[in-house]
Design a protein around this ligand. Sequence first.
Ligand SMILES: [Zn+2]
Length: 305
Amino acid sequence: MPVLFIDCMSVLLFFIDGLGIGSRGISNPFDGLQDAAPLAVFKNEAPVTLDGVLAATDACLGIEGRPQSASGQTTILTGVNAPALLGYHKQGFPNKALLEIIREHSLFLKLKHAGVAPITFANAYTKRFFEDRPHWVSATTAAVGAAGLPFRTIDDLRNGRAVYQDFTNRMLIERGEDVPLRTANEAAEVLAAIAGESRFTLYEYFITDKIGHAQDMEAARTVLQNLALLIRQLLARVDLARTSVILTSDHGNIEDLSLRNHTLNEVPTIVWGANRDRIASRIKSLADITPAIVESLTEKATASG
Ligand SMILES: [Zn+2]
């Protein structure tokens, strides 16, 4: 452990797009799936969280309609109830109003202003992103850019210093990138190392939402099992005495493949390690995640839950 951080707590926020708390049944890929802990969380059942604390989290935020990615992710990353501000749930990428919220209130900025450092985004971006600088960017990309944080590259990934959102690298290889396939174990090792050097680390995973929209049961079961393995390997490698690992999602989707759409279900926020009870107890909706993280990293924290 670096001496510099000996008395400092840290947070690893693990974001999974489109993961809700569903009911059992033939449309739920988690039902009957082996080795799916801690991801498999069912309505009205005690969850198998592997020493984590579950906070069933409201993603609807008091606004009618199905929760969506742009407004949900903006809410997670800022603590501002973005759907309430817009009056609706915004799909896809943030619009001007959401970008303004992100640029002013992002978690990265709040931590930066509070002197919490280093803070980092663990995901790798491809060369195309840096060359084309796409007009439409995700809430996180906007937040990272606005806070002046560097983006990790494919070179970083090759050097064991970044994780792609598809942590197996399969999607990158299919696009012609010269990178090796990674096991869940290898990806966990890299992510744990990044988290070990930082006071706040964000990692994002999106394939769950894509598969939910595609309603592909076989792909869902394969991907969820491997994602659950990544998380278990990560928990085994992170120093939980000083680190809080927080898993969350922006809305339900993959837990109910009978629908092409997002669900109205709560999402599982699960907290492991340092301050887990305190952090979990204050999270009721997506808007509570940023304040809980800021609080735990800026207050004098204790290592006990
Ligand atoms: Zn989403």
